[in-house]
Design a protein around this ligand. Structure first.
Ligand code: FAD
Length: 401
């Protein structure tokens, strides 16, 4: 199992080899697949005008209560169990001490699956259920729900689990942390840390804290104490991750590239869906009559915003950022301006992905050293870094600081 870990041995570069095994093809690095991963229908560069393509927006016509967004993930899982496509679903439920802490579960009933609705905002020890699957002869057909790093490990050991069918429903994921990191973040972000159920860094340049009573507190990124939060919140593994898009899942659900409408709360808002192969298509088709599907859209130019974000974030990492975040009204004003002039839709998703790729490239080179970084970082991520390196060596220069 240790050999399968996405952060040991060949690290994240193993995704490229596994991609071909899982999807039957590698990502085409001349198209959007460079960033978004293998797509079932990848014949066009820009699939913005065709909802039958492999990236689209969707929301449940009747949003599911207590789900994170409108409940697409839970609905697919329920339908796979109801139709007996699978006999077990691996999902993440709540820990005993604090319901906000993640605990992986093997779900055999609809009640089990419903109990796992919503994101528990820290790293889930999902690998521990693999041994249970391997040793239980009754489990032959499985739906696995998980974030990218756990899916990488799953794909490495898939052949040893003795399954007839494995379906993987991934979520996009960036910047998770350990449980103590979650507590540090909420203690610094709000006056009501015990009320926070979970939080999401949203495309409107604000972090949305969902409170226990169902309300949201929205804090502009620029008003967070970046210097204080630059350590002890995001896990070291997340700063070494190059799989925001969950490239080895069959179907992926997230929000990174939605055209976010601030007036709609996340639990009623369209989600961002990526179909990577025929299994993924079969999974989403199970609930297609319950979905309102719209084409993905994209506008703006992410490039200048990416470099600016990398620089201000790196200054905070190096302990040279401002002591405090901007006052709320200033933060809200900056967020408002960026919403007007910044990247939107898929372009926002790629802004976030490019920023995380470069930030993590810097982190891995500084912490692991150049040789290990070369082994760990996939070539698709290096291609993105090179796009920003430019004539002046903008990225390499930061490694000298
Ligand atoms: P639900 O129907 O409510 O289902 C949520 C599912 O999440 C459950 O089945 C449960 O098994 C699983 N889950 C809960 N907690 C965890 C956990 N700690 N680890 C793994 N799985 C868990 N999308 C983005 O676009 N950008 C991001 O940066 C991003 N970060 C995320 C970080 C985490 C840890 C997770 C779990 C998801 C993240 N997502 C991100 C995806 C997004 O938050 C929603 O999960 C997704 O849109 C599905 O919403 P839903 O209403 O369909 O989910």
């Amino acid at each position: 199992m240790k050999d399968a870990c996405a952060f040991l041995g060949p690290g994240m570069s193993r995704i490229e080899k596994l991609e071909e095994k899982v999807h039957g093809k590698r990502r085409n690095t001349e198209t959007d697949e460079l960033r978004l991963g293998v797509l079932l229908n990848s014949d066009t560069k820009d699939n913005t005008n065709n909802s039958s393509q492999s990236i689209f927006y969707a929301k449940k016509k009747q949003p599911m209560e207590k789900a994170q967004w409108t409940g697409i993930v839970t609905s697919v899982a329920l339908e796979m169990l109801r139709t007996k496509t699978v006999d077990c679903v691996v999902a993440v439920g709540s820990g005993e001490a604090d319901a906000r802490n993640p605990e992986p579960k093997l779900c055999f009933t609809e009640e089990d699956i419903l109990a796992c609705r919503g994101v528990k905002p820290s790293l889930s020890p999902n690998l521990k259920v693999f041994a249970e699957i391997e040793t239980n002869p009754e489990i032959k057909n499985v739906l696995y729900i998980g974030v990218g790093c756990s899916v990488v490990a799953l794909r490495e050991v898939e052949q040893y689990l003795g399954l007839d069918n494995l379906y993987v429903l991934g979520t996009n994921c960036a910047d998770n942390g350990r449980t103590d990191g979650f507590y540090k973040f909420v203690n610094n972000a709000t006056d009501k840390p015990d009320e926070v159920l979970h939080y999401e860094f949203m495309p409107d340049y604000k972090v949305h804290l969902k409170m226990r009573d169902g309300s949201y507190e929205k804090i502009p990124y620029f008003s967070l104490p970046a210097k204080e939060l630059s350590s002890g919140v995001i896990a070291e593994s997340c700063k070494s991750c190059f799989d925001y898009v969950n490239g080895l899942a069959d179907l992926v659900v997230g929000y990174m590239g939605v055209d976010y409408d601030e007036s709609i709360p996340m639990n009623l808002h369209p989600q961002y869906v990526t179909v990577r192969n025929e299994r993924g298509q079969k999974m989403i088709d199970l609930i297609k009559n319950d979905l309102q599907i719209t084409p993905s859209t994209t506008r703006g130019d992410r490039k200048p915003f990416v470099l600016q974000t990398v620089i201000s974030d790196d200054e905070a990492y190096l302990g040279r950022g401002p002591e405090k975040g901007a006052p709320r009204f200033v933060g809200n004003l900056i967020a408002w301006v960026l919403n007007k002039v910044g990247p939107k839709g898929k372009e926002f998703g790629m802004y976030s992905l490019d920023y995380h790729t470069i930030r993590n490239y810097l982190y891995v080179n500084r912490i692991y050293g150049k040789e290990r970084a070369k082994e760990h970082i996939p070539s698709y991520a290096m291609k993105i870094v090179e796009e920003y390196e430019g004539k002046n060596g903008d990225i390499s220069k930061r490694l000298e600081l």
